[in-house]
Design a protein around this ligand. Structure first.
Ligand code: AHR
Length: 849
């Protein structure tokens, strides 16, 4: 929405007869509360969606070291699948040897391009490109790199190319270098000579003559013979803060504009990897980029690790963000068949962490401090937080945590440590959730990829947290649809903003937070939504980014009590429920038999229960649903009619099931109930550890019951699900697993937080109006100095709640500044429908004589 539309909308709101609204916002400025952490809003960085590689990392060449074809570390391949030795099976097709590179030839020129290991540049880059020119006969034989979905160059800008080369005796050792459009148009060109028998580094700076996002780098030998190339790298001369090996300017600037309190790195699941060998080994990510081996990223691509440990620390320093280092704790990713070290094998992993901390924090006289100085940064970096693992849970984690915590705190008592909680946790954190942890818990990290409904329901989550317990880091959160279709819109940003008001109101508990993930290259949307979206030459922030930036750049020093009064929580009206049955198996094969439904005193089974088409899907012994299979079983009209009867839809569904070949993510899923547009499902033994009840609506899933447990392969279980009014009870072999209330969806409302800037006494009031109506609400402000009648409102909204930003309209949903008049300790403000408003109210200037 542009400023004119917003102003017009505001004016029309003032003039129109707005629907009467009840409620008021009461603020008590006489009672300044907790200090709001300056670091409350930070950034989560993980190499996912080409966040770094082909993203914020400025490198323009894809597969610069010719190592990107490799399969994951310590895995083996079977066709299109790779397996870890612990049994994680993953679809990852074999990559071409020269991924990112292609041959171009013209005229009668011919030759070959292949990987060669005979004389490596160094042991960390064992493969080189061997380019053999057999004939140049009036043509060209060359190799090109297309970058990451094209190399984008801008007219007049410089691009620094570097590479290593050697050649055989037949070659004359000369190369022509160019930046070319697919049409053959040359945008810049140059040459190098003097390639000889030994590896030598060459550099060349191009100046682009045209702006073109689909450029290729072309390297063309000028004679017959063989030339080897390795670590072919090209950066724009302009990077963030002009760092060599630096960050792409537009993306880094957008991150910087958020004024992030901290930057968490390097992830995410990649920290731990699919096995121990695939973890991020920080020592492989520092120093000369030609000596970084790179590694496989479990989000399905190779990272050069050009953006490494030192580079993250430098980026933090350049953005004034406190570094938050997440390290692995002798365990690989627990979603991916965790491999782990026994306690007596942990020492090397502890040493690895301690060395990293010494690299960042140690004096130059220390071994790793000296290495840091060698890499250009004699002064220590200011790591402030360390996270002990990522998304780890369970007894092994808790045991490892104690050991890593002790080692870190003994040497670095001032570092703030962060403890993982189970990513499936949805209820409030309790210290008893982590019984095996005997060492202190300073900060706990909670993760929520959830529905809008979850975030609205959790606005008050932290109101009841123990004020003397651990602080909270909401380390990963975003409104997410697990079908990956949501790319971030105003609707999701509103729910996140509402939740964030709850963080600010509870600043004594919540001290850190980071939306996740942060980045997505539109050519690799592995995980949606994300905060900053880019291709190779454009970038924009989603509405969630705009909310993060709005909150992060308007942090009060202290919160003050605020209440949105007289607005009782309301729930959406619902149609009565009805039985349904859909069977789905994410990662196993399952036999289901003896399916029965008891309702209104009758028992339905076989043809009385299932429509003929559905009944026909059954074999002689019931239903066998294959891996990734989903079978919807239509119920007979009689059953559906009975469900409308006097008994309502109270019913009991029973069946037997036996799961074979349970792999990776999970056991059987039974969709057992529908109400309006919502369906309800029971995941049995999800991730080998959890029975979970979820509702689904319009692509959202949300938990409403969890119980730790699993099922064994090859064993028959008796399953029972009962619905009585709003109650659902689930049993396995007659043992009660869940006794839950079927949730209703909340009606989003108005949410607020308030705070004060201590020096200026400016009041900062954040109000989320998540309703479709203008909310004209009195603000009753007690205990503040007389306020200036003029104030400022930063308003984020748009014409449609589903509006997104895009390359074409990058700021369609972004805050606009509006000057406001008539401010007093009791004034009414009209909050626009579907808006986030930050009111900035200053004390009146003192009268001077
Ligand atoms: O943010 C994407 C992933 O979500 C992270 O890697 C992981 O920590 C979480 O499961």
């Amino acid at each position: 929405m542009n400023i004119k539309t917003l102003a017009a909308l505001s004016l029309s709101i003032l003039c129109q007869q707005v629907q009467a609204q009840t409620g008021k916002i009461s603020i008590d400025a006489s009672k300044p509360g907790a200090e709001v952490s300056k670091n409350l809003y930070g950034v989560f960085f993980e190499e996912i969606n080409h966040a770094g590689e082909g993203g914020i990392y400025g490198e323009l060449i894809q597969n610069r070291a010719f190592e990107a074809h490799k399969d994951p570390e310590s895995s083996f391949r079977e066709g299109d699948f790779v397996h870890s030795h612990k049994g994680w099976k993953h679809f990852y097709t074999k990559k071409p040897d020269l991924i990112g590179w292609a041959i171009v030839k013209s005229g009668n020129a011919n030759g070959t391009a292949e990987l060669d290991k005979t004389t490596p540049l160094n042991e960390n880059t064992p493969n080189a490109l061997k380019l053999t020119v057999n004939s140049l006969a009036s043509g060209r034989f060359a190799i090109t790199n297309q970058g990451f979905w094209g190399i984008a160059v801008q007219k007049g800008e410089k691009y620094n190319l570097s590479f290593y080369a050697r050649c055989d005796a037949k070659s004359k050792g000369a190369l022509k270098l160019s930046l070319e459009h697919a049409s053959g148009q040359v945008l810049a060109e140059g040459s190098v000579t003097g390639v000889q028998g030994q590896w030598k580094k060459f550099t060349y700076t191009f100046t682009a003559t045209t702006t073109e996002p689909t450029t290729k780098l072309v390297i063309a030998p000028q004679s017959e013979g063989t030339i080897w190339l390795d670590v072919v790298s090209m950066f724009p001369a302009k990077t963030f803060k002009e760092r060599p090996n630096g960050m792409r300017l537009d993306i880094a600037q957008k991150l910087d504009a958020m004024k992030p309190g901290f930057l968490r790195f390097p992830g995410g699941c990649i920290v731990e990897g699919i096995n121990m060998d695939n973890r991020v080994k920080w020592k492989n990510t520092i120093g000369d980029i030609a000596k970084r081996p790179g590694h496989w990223i479990l989000w399905d691509y190779h990272s050069s690790d050009g953006l490494g440990f030192h580079d993250y620390l430098q980026m933090c320093e350049d953005m004034g963000a406190a570094p938050m280092y997440v390290f692995p704790v002798g365990m690989s990713c627990q979603f991916r068949k965790c491999e782990y070290a026994e306690v007596n094998e942990l020492q090397p992993y502890i040493d690895e962490v301690m060395d990293a901390l010494e690299y960042a924090l140690g004096p130059v006289s220390s071994k790793w401090g000296a290495e840091r100085a060698k890499n250009g940064h004699p002064a220590p970096f200011k790591i402030k937080y360390v996270e002990v693992g990522n998304e780890n849970y369970g007894p092994i984690y808790q045991e490892h945590y104690n050991i890593f915590f002790k080692a870190v705190k003994e040497k670095y008592p001032n570092l703030m440590t962060i403890t993982c909680t189970d990513p499936a946790m949805r209820g409030p954190f309790k210290r008893t959730d982590l019984p095996g942890i005997t060492q202190p818990i300073e900060i706990i990290d909670e993760h929520f990829y959830e529905s809008t409904d979850f975030f609205y329901k959790n606005v008050s989550r932290y109101d009841t947290y123990d004020r003397n317990g651990p602080k909270v880091y909401v380390g990963e959160y975003a409104v997410k649809k697990w079908n990956n279709t949501l790319k971030g819109n105003l609707e999701s940003a509103l729910a996140e903003a509402a939740f964030m008001t709850g963080m600010e109101r509870n600043a004594e508990v919540v001290t850190l937070s980071s939306y996740a993930p942060t980045f997505v290259n539109v050519n690799d949307r592995t995980w949606n939504p994300d905060m900053l979206v880019f291709n190779n030459h454009q970038s924009y922030g989603t509405p969630s980014y705009q909310v993060q930036k709005l909150f992060a750049t308007n942090i009060p020093d202290r919160n003050i009590p605020v209440q949105v009064e007289n607005r009782p929580v309301q729930y959406k009206a619902e149609e009565p429920g009805r039985p349904m049955l859909t069977l789905e198996n994410p990662d196993c094969e399952v036999d289901y038999k003896d399916i029965k439904l008891e309702m209104g005193g009758k028992t339905f089974s076989g043809p009385q229960l299932f429509e003929p088409i559905s009944a026909a899907k059954a074999g002689q012994d019931g239903w066998r649903i294959g891996k990734w299979g989903k079978t919807e079983l239509g119920l007979t009209p009689e059953v559906l009619q009975a469900a409308k009867g006097a008994q309502g839809a109270d019913y009991t569904l029973t069946m037997k099931l036996k799961a074979d070949k349970i792999e990776d993510l999970g056991g059987p899923t039974i969709y057992f109930h529908a109400r309006g547009s919502k369906t309800f499902q029971w995941n049995i033994g999800q991730w080998g550890r959890l029975h979970a009840l979820l509702w689904n609506d319009n692509g959202y899933d949300s938990y409403f019951g969890q119980y730790f447990g699993m099922i064994e392969k090859g064993k028959w279980y008796d399953i029972k699900i009962s619905i009585k009014g709003d109650k659902v009870t689930c049993y396995i072999d007659n043992q009660l697993i869940h006794d839950a209330t079927i949730p209703k969806l909340i009606v989003p409302d108005v949410y607020a937080s308030a705070g004060v800037k201590e020096g200026t006494k400016e009041l900062i009031i954040k109000v989320v109006n998540a309703t479709s109506q203008v909310q004209s609400l009195p603000l009753d402000i007690k205990g503040a100095s007389t306020l200036s009648s003029k104030g400022e409102a930063l308003v984020l909204t748009s014409e449609n709640v589903l509006d997104e930003n895009s390359f074409e309209y990058p700021e369609k949903v972004a805050p606009r500044k509006i000057d406001i008049n008539g401010v007093s300790s009791n004034f009414t403000y009209s909050f626009l429908p579907y808006s986030v408003t930050v009111l900035k109210l200053k004390p009146a200037a003192k009268a001077t004589r």
